[in-house]
Design a protein around this ligand. Structure first.
Ligand code: NAD
Length: 348
């Protein structure tokens, strides 16, 4: 493996490796950038085919966290850890305690949280070995489910897009099609319903779509038709790569603004949206509410502060949209430029 080649490709930074024979711990902590503050990002616990695949996942994800935290105005850099899931039998508690000790050795340079494959119980185990952990139990100062905050931020982002693109100051009567009504999508529909929007939904789980219909009067659309709905806004809230060569030509909406991570299958799809006159709210800018909420745990959790900070996603999305129009440049590039400006200012 070309270790330093990978670090160069992803623009690093530092990487820490932890190995503990007794528990089977094999962990990688990637710290992409800490100019704005200690790095914050979740711990992934998955089986990986190769150590290289685990490293690349950590590098890629930690860099994304730098961008998300910087744009959300957090005093945190981007970090991520990957704990390689052993293929043989293992003691989960011992493994996560060993991981906690490993994190503790980094002296607060990296703060961990939940991610794919980890949950609240794992964070509680980590907490027995280090204080550099978030996503813990509410009764221990944790911030709870991040989804309502993510949804609140997405609603604010949609409002900013609607103001910029449609000249409307409220969501009353605005038609939003939501792909995926899981944790975030459900709360987003609630926000939209309360704001007077008209809602269409699609979900692979018919019970979830049905619940949105029952509670928020949403029209249920077949899965393969959600991108063709004649609506104002399409909100991808399911999987990544929703915006691709197949879906973009079918869009009737003038705005794409949703919670899913990595919505653009390729960066060039962001150019494509721009050329078609569709306003795209960059995913890491609009879906930062959950991160904003969990970051509050570091200084002492306060839901009111989390909410106030999440509401500011409106200003960020509006600034991106305005700059994009002024500079005739796609929004995903503008968002990256805004982050690079913030990081350069912090370095000065
Ligand atoms: P979730 O798993 O609870 O919800 C996803 C929903 O999408 C599920 O109901 C699932 O049935 C549905 N779905 C899957 N494939 C679909 C398809 N092809 N068409 C329609 N529906 C489909 O996940 P979530 O926590 O709500 O997160 C949604 C997205 O937002 C993910 O991409 C996630 O990475 C991102 N995100 C979530 C948060 C958060 O706070 N949970 C924060 C930032 C980003």
């Amino acid at each position: 493996m070309d270790l330093f080649g990978h670090l160069k490709t992803y623009d690093y930074g530092e990487v820490h490796f932890g190995l503990d024979k007794a528990t089977g711990l094999k962990a990688i902590v990637a710290i992409h950038d800490s100019r704005l503050g200690p790095s914050l990002g979740g711990c992934r616990f998955l089986p990986y085919d190769t150590d290289e695949a685990a490293l690349i996942d950590a590098l890629r994800l930690a860099r994304g966290m730098t961008y998300k935290a910087a744009l959300a105005g957090l005093k945190h850099g981007g970090g991520k850890s990957v704990l390689i899931r052993p293929r043989q039998h293992f003691d989960r508690v011992a493994l996560f305690r060993a991981f906690g000790k490993f994190i503790d050795g980094l002296g607060g340079h990296y703060i961990t949280a939940e991610d794919s494959g980890t949950g609240l119980e794992d964070m509680e185990v980590i907490r027995t070995a280090t204080k550099h952990v978030t996503g813990v139990d509410v009764k221990n100062g944790g911030s709870g489910d991040p989804s309502p905050f993510t949804a609140l931020g997405v609603r604010r982002g949609i409002e900013a897009c609607v103001k910029h693109k449609l000249g409307k100051t409220t969501l009353e009567g605005v038609h939003v099609a939501v792909q995926g009504v899981g944790h975030v999508g459900y709360h987003l529909c609630k926000e939209l319903f309360e704001a007077g929007a008209k809602i269409s939904v699609a979900d692979v789980d018919p019970l979830k779509a049905e619940r949105a219909h029952r509670e928020f009067k949403a029209t249920v659309v077949p899965l393969d038709q959600i991108f063709e709905v004649a609506c104002d806004v399409i909100a991808p809230c399911a999987l990544g790569s929703a915006l691709n060569d197949q879906t973009i030509p079918r869009l009737k909406a003038k705005i794409v603004a949703g919670a899913a991570n990595n919505q653009l299958a390729e960066p060039r799809n962001g150019d494509d949206l721009h050329q078609r006159g569709i306003l795209y709210a960059p995913d890491y800018a609009i879906n930062a509410g959950g991160l904003v909420n969990v970051a509050q745990e570091v200084t002492g959790y306060d839901a009111t502060v989390s909410r106030e900070r999440t509401l500011k996603i409106y200003d960020t999305i509006l600034e991106i949209a305005e700059r994009s129009t002024k500079l005739r440049s796609p929004t995903y590039r503008i968002a990256d430029i805004l982050v690079e400006e913030k990081l350069a200012a912090a370095a000065r």
